[in-house]
Design a protein around this ligand. Structure first.
Ligand SMILES: *Cc1c(COP(=O)(O)O)cnc(C)c1O
Length: 432
């Protein structure tokens, strides 16, 4: 399988697409074609790992990683991805938050680390992974690459815009992880990474790669849980489940779109955004107008210019098509708070602010839409990661998952920088 940029560059191998992250022409990699699957391709009752192996096999065709796919998936799925029914409702929660840093990004990061360390690990000239994060990505990537020989990670996160526990997860790793706290927004962090990846001077000194949700190696594994969940529903009920997906940079939701495109039994897809309205406004006005992000309670979704929009438009089309294929709802902070309270009183569930956007979107669907499908609400992070928001609303203490407790007990360090190329280059030079 070859990969092409959304802007035309290519073909490149899977190896190069994983290693480069972003294409030379500034576009995002996509496979040259989308394989088509039918129900018979998947064994009934198969584990997510087995489903993943079938689903991802074509994307590894011809790659030196192909014989390693099983081992890569073993490394990726070291934690369960359970689905919990919501009592009394035709809906369930898909819990993607049982990994080391308690958010869905552990899936993509674990997979990418398993691939890249096999391809590129080099003690004499380490591969340096750059990752801009609005909170959860950086921790997941750092956890995935922590102590991996021949690999380094630079995490860039916006000062004051991540929760205390998230910050801890970004700054508590070994010598091969450098944590940079940037005086700016997530978009500034992302711009620094994009600039560094295109900077000839820095390229001479470092072997860079990126691990944002722009990397195809993050997108592919995210497709697997939608495939597994939709297959098991379809087999049990004979209908295609709908998905409501908390959305920021559009990586998680795009994976669901791709799974439906590849022929799996995925029904309606609804994106839930926070008060960052670039996507809903695009669907309404038909004009793509990215804008600076604004801070909300669902901070990992504070994205004003979702990178994966370029891929989504390439795969499906522009707004006229997108709004036929997808629904989108923007959820305010006021409604996020209300939803956290209501989920607790109604279902006894403490939900994180991101997950709350999906619950709210589901709750406020018109009755016909809500009853048209079994809805799977995607739970993207554990509430314990955002306890300073959730606990005061529910009045109840959230028990810490064991892995999170371990991370929080470690010492941490970071370097504060201005959002400029030179400040970034200096910090890098002093440490790596
Ligand atoms: C990253 C993140 C999101 C948004 O996912 P995208 O792929 O960027 O759309 C939602 N919820 C949580 C908890 C996240 O960490």
């Amino acid at each position: 399988m070859n990969y092409f940029s959304t802007r035309g560059a290519g073909p490149v191998s899977l190896h190069d697409a994983l290693r480069q992250g972003i294409a030379d022409d500034g576009g995002l990699y996509l496979p040259e074609y989308w394989p088509n699957f039918s129900l018979d391709d998947f064994v009934p009752g198969a584990s997510i790992q087995t489903v993943a192996e079938t689903l991802l096999r074509p994307f590894f065709a011809g790659s030196p990683l192909a014989p390693e796919l099983g081992a890569i998936l073993d490394e990726t799925f070291r934690f369960p991805i359970p689905e919990q029914a919501l009592p009394g409702a035709n809906a369930s929660m898909l819990e993607l938050f049982h990994g080391p840093t308690a958010a869905f990004k552990d899936v993509g990061a674990g997979f990418l680390a398993a691939c890249l360390s096999r391809l590129e690990g080099d003690a004499d000239s380490p591969l340096c992974i750059l990752v801009a994060t609005s909170g959860d990505t950086g921790g997941a990537v750092a956890a995935a690459f922590d102590q991996k020989p021949g690999m380094r990670v630079v995490v860039l996160f916006p000062a004051g815009r991540v929760s205390e526990r998230q910050e801890k997860q970004l700054c508590c790793w070994g010598d091969n992880v450098l944590s940079l706290k940037v005086r700016g927004s997530f978009d500034d962090c992302q711009a620094l990474v994009k600039a560094a990846l295109a900077d000839d001077d820095l390229q001479q000194r470092y072997r860079f790669s990126s691990a944002n949700s722009i990397n195809i190696g993050r997108l592919l594994p995210q497709a697997t849980y939608y495939a597994a969940a939709s297959l098991s529903h379809f087999r049990a009920r004979g209908t295609c489940p709908g998905f409501v997906i908390p959305t920021g940079n559009l990586g998680n939701a795009l994976a669901c779109v791709l799974v439906r495109k590849m022929g799996l039994p995925v029904g309606p897809i609804m994106l839930a955004t926070n008060a960052n309205r670039s996507i809903p406004d695009y669907f309404a006005s038909l004009e793509w107008q990215p804008r600076p992000s604004i801070a909300t309670l669902a901070s990992a979704m504070d994205v004003g210019d979702p990178s994966n929009m370029e891929r989504l438009r390439h795969v499906l089309g522009d707004a006229e098509v997108l709004r036929e294929e997808l629904a989108v709802v923007s959820v305010s902070d006021v409604d996020i708070r209300k939803e956290i309270k209501r989920s607790y009183s109604e279902f006894g569930l403490s939900v994180c602010p991101h997950t709350a956007t999906a619950l709210h979107a589901w709750r406020t669907m018109d009755a016909r839409t809500r009853e048209s499908a079994h809805w799977i609400l995607v739970a993207t992070a554990h509430a314990a990661k955002f306890e300073t928001i959730v606990e005061p609303i529910t009045g109840s203490t959230i028990p810490l998952p064991a892995e999170l407790a371990d991370i929080l007990s470690r010492p941490s360090s970071s370097i504060l920088i201005e959002p400029t190329r030179d400040a970034f280059a200096n910090a890098l030079g002093r440490n790596f």
